[in-house]
Design a protein around this ligand. Sequence first.
Ligand SMILES: [Zn+2]
Length: 385
Amino acid sequence: MCPCGFALLFYTIPAVSVQFHIEATSGPARAGRLITAHGEIETPVFMPVGTLASVKGVPQDTLEELGVQILLGNTYHLYLRPGVETVRKLGGLHRFMAWPRAILTDSGGFQVFSLNELRKLTEEGVTFRSHLDGSSHFFSPESAMQAQIGLGADIIMAFDECTEYPADPARVRASMELTLRWAARSKKYFEDHKHETPWEPNLGQTQSLFGIVQGSMDLALRKESAERTIEIGFPGYAIGGLSVGEPRARTREVVEATVEHLPADRPRYLMGVGTPEEIAAYAGLGIDMMDCVLPTRAARHGLLFTSEGKVSIKQARYASDSAPLDPNCKCRVCCRYTRAYLRHLYASNEVLAQVLNTIHNLSFYLDTMRAVRHSILLGRGARFS
Ligand SMILES: [Zn+2]
């Protein structure tokens, strides 16, 4: 027996998972603070997507300057290239991509289920073929956890089945039940292995595993999925299976109906949505975290979000336009360049076009969320203009 109970106590203090504090509410909207081993995140937050450990075209120091507090990485893509073991041996994703702030990885489920022609589903998991070389791979709740633990993001996601849309009621229920069984398996594997994260041992926090609510567009099943996922128990909850082709009004209805069944004291993550107006509206419904490829993907196609509406910079009418892209935007692109120059870069297929367009769009999304947060703190709801 240890002669010094105090020392024993000191050395056995367990590392804690992500912490969430709500600072203010305004109706259903909340402004909060999410504390991870790699920094604090002010919520509601927009998380840029860095599929392959890179936000396409934007270096990490620029992301820091834009105020990005958390990035999203895609497990499926990183698993195929460069491989989980490579990243793990290099100290995990944070070190590999030289990103000291927080990271969230998805489970790989959504991408695997997008490979309709290339996958086979069983109770045990999913066999799929790589979109790169056709090689065969298998993801289960356990192997998806193993991959995400090896990558070492701060927040990782349970392995779920993203139900296709539309789907008949029997299919939706069966899919939701499978996701619940996989959530329990994900949690069991995570609890047994979470100490294997490739981090420095003294960060005081573990990775956190979030559960995902499914149930397609059926509001009763969404409620049941939320309640049974909460029974399994996670430090945060995501709403998955939306933005899969349903009408936008339906997305909002499902979000609103699901949020009310999620615990108020845990972060809520709405996966894969939104235009600037939509992310503000979802924050207004009580969503704390969102991600979307829209600002980065649209930027690469010359579609820019501004305070005056969407701008398709490829259009000839901007060829002699000496105004900034968005006169109300303070980003480094709008402060320096004209629409005419951005249009020229795009028309000439210059790499710089993608870089500058992406920086502006991300800046616009992040500014939108900061304005929404400020508005919530002032008790004025989730307004951004
Ligand atoms: Zn700008």
